[in-house]
Design a protein around this ligand. Structure first.
Ligand code: UGC
Ligand code: NI
Length: 169
C-alpha cells in the first residue's frame, strides 16, 4: 500500500455522525442557570461506558506534537466504551477515524477520514469506533478526556503494513 496524503476536512456534526458526536456549543440546548449568571450547554454527548461494569472517569491528556508530516500507521478502538476528548486550549487539532466493517474485521486503511477540529470542538468516539490516538498541531495541548475504567478488554489496535497515510500539517 502506498502512503496516501490524507485530505483534511472541517469537523461538522453531520460529517462526524457515523463515528460519534461533536462536542460544541453551536446548536446546543442552552439553559440559563445560577440566577442567570451561567449558561448550561446541556447534554452535549452521552458517556457509554457501562459494558461489563465499566465506570466513567475523567482524565487529563497532555498531547505533544508528532513529527511532520504526521504519519498514520495504526488505529485503535475501545470495544467497551465511548471516549471523549475536549481541548482545554484554543488550538485546532486533528481527528482520524475509519469506518467499521460489518464482519468486525480490521479497518481499511484506504478509507481513513481526517477532520480538523477547532479549539472549541471536542469529539466523543462511539463505542468501538476505529480512531487514531490523540493528534495535535501545537507543540503541546491539554485535553479533558472522559472514558471507561473497569475490567475487560477495552483496547484493540491494528497496525498497517507500512505508513498508510500522511497529513502534511
Ligand atoms: N490510550 C489512551 O488512553 N488514549 C487513546 O485511547 C486515545 O484515543 O488517545
Ligand atoms: Ni482512544
Amino acid at each position: 500500500m502506498d502512503s496516501q496524503k490524507l485530505y483534511v476536512q472541517t469537523l461538522t456534526k453531520g460529517a462526524f455522525a457515523p463515528y460519534g458526536t461533536v462536542i460544541e456549543t453551536d446548536g446546543a440546548q442552552q439553559i440559563s442557570i445560577n440566577q442567570g449568571t451561567t449558561t448550561r450547554f446541556d447534554a452535549l454527548a452521552k458517556i457509554d461506558v457501562a459494558y461489563e461494569g465499566g465506570i466513567p472517569i475523567i482524565s487529563l491528556f497532555r498531547g505533544t506534537r508528532r513529527p511532520r508530516p504526521i504519519e498514520i500507521s495504526m488505529l485503535e478502538r475501545h470495544p467497551l466504551g465511548s471516549q471523549a476528548f475536549m481541548p482545554l486550549s484554543n488550538h485546532d487539532w486533528l481527528v482520524v477515524v475509519a469506518p467499521s466493517n460489518a464482519d468486525d474485521s480490521a479497518p481499511d486503511f484506504d478509507q481513513l477520514v481526517c477532520f480538523r477540529a477547532t479549539g472549541s470542538q471536542g469529539v466523543s468516539y462511539d463505542r468501538g469506533i476505529w480512531h487514531h490516538p490523540l493528534l495535535i498541531l501545537e507543540e503541546s495541548q491539554d485535553f479533558l478526556v472522559m472514558d471507561r475504567s473497569g475490567h475487560g478488554h477495552n483496547l484493540d489496535e491494528v497496525w498497517a503494513e507500512n505508513t498508510a497515510a500522511q497529513i502534511d500539517l
